[in-house]
Write a protein that binds this ligand. Structure first.
Ligand code: 6GU
Length: 256
């Protein structure tokens, strides 16, 4: 799969592609990428890429000509072309799944107040927002998309990791522990150490339900609750729900 990122600040994006799991995926040929500096497609002496908004209003807009040429060269709109903008459709795991099926993806990062609408109308296929807050520019949003998408490609990370994580089953992930079993004064819950896989699975499901109920109650629907879950939901409610972070204090050795 190839990502083509159009940006005025390729340096912001480059480090992301050159480190860690992404670096390995690129080296292994699973992922390819191209960083396009939109300014390279400006033809005037000052390589101007922005201008004032017709009709008035604060800030500058990205002007159409350099963007149009850069997007043409990237294959847009025949290639799926995402404009990252706070006024787009809200990104989620289902969109990441769908986009991970594409062999080529162009992502346009805006700066300033946005881009001329004619570019969106003629070259962009999807407008996507990563959440209900405003970022100063699209580069970080573009990296959020790339990260959520590329890790779903075969061979990038293990299928088992994908199955267990938050959202893949519609519930938030349960708490996890590693050695040592007793850290400072805080013990890993006995059931997690018990080796009883049925008991562990039950504890994990219950913890997932408790956490989802506390943080994201709108995610709890009949179709993501397994049949054994209704009793657990009752137990969660009767048992006082989820322990907020910071509720376990040093000196206490039992946090179950
Ligand atoms: Cl995709 N871009 C910008 N600039 N701000 C955002 C966003 C995107 N999603 C949420 N806020």
């Amino acid at each position: 799969m190839k990502f083509t990122i159009l940006t005025l600040f390729p340096d912001i994006v480059r480090a992301y592609f050159e480190a860690s799991i992404m670096k390995r995926a690129v080296a292994g040929g699973l992922i390819d990428y191209s960083l396009v500096n939109i300014r390279d497609y400006a033809t005037d002496k000052h390589r101007k890429c922005d201008d004032e908004v017709f009709g008035g209003g604060a800030g500058m807009l990205m002007k159409p000509e350099p963007l149009d040429r850069a997007l043409e060269a990237a294959g847009s709109p025949s290639v799926r072309t995402i404009f990252v903008t706070p006024s787009g459709r809200l990104f989620n795991q289902a969109m990441a799944q769908e986009l991970s099926q594409e062999e080529n993806l162009v992502i346009l990062c805006g700066r300033y107040e946005g881009v001329d609408q004619r570019i969106i109308d003629t070259r962009v296929t999807d407008e996507v927002s990563i959440g209900d807050y405003v970022l100063s520019s699209g580069e970080i949003a573009a990296m959020v998309l790339v990260d959520a998408i590329y890790r779903l490609r075969p061979g990038v990370i293990s299928g088992e990791s994908l199955e267990e994580e938050s959202f893949s089953k519609g519930l938030l992930e349960y708490p996890q522990y590693t050695r040592p079993a007793l850290y400072d004064t805080i013990k890993v819950p006995d059931v997690v150490l018990s080796g009883n896989h049925a008991q562990i699975a039950r504890w994990r499901l219950k913890a997932s339900i408790a956490k989802t109920l506390a943080y994201r109650p709108e995610l709890l629907t009949l179709d993501n609750l397994p049949v054994e879950a209704s009793g657990l939901l009752r137990e969660v409610i009767d048992g006082g729900g989820w322990n907020e972070p910071g509720t376990v204090h040093r000196g206490r050795t039992d946090q179950e």
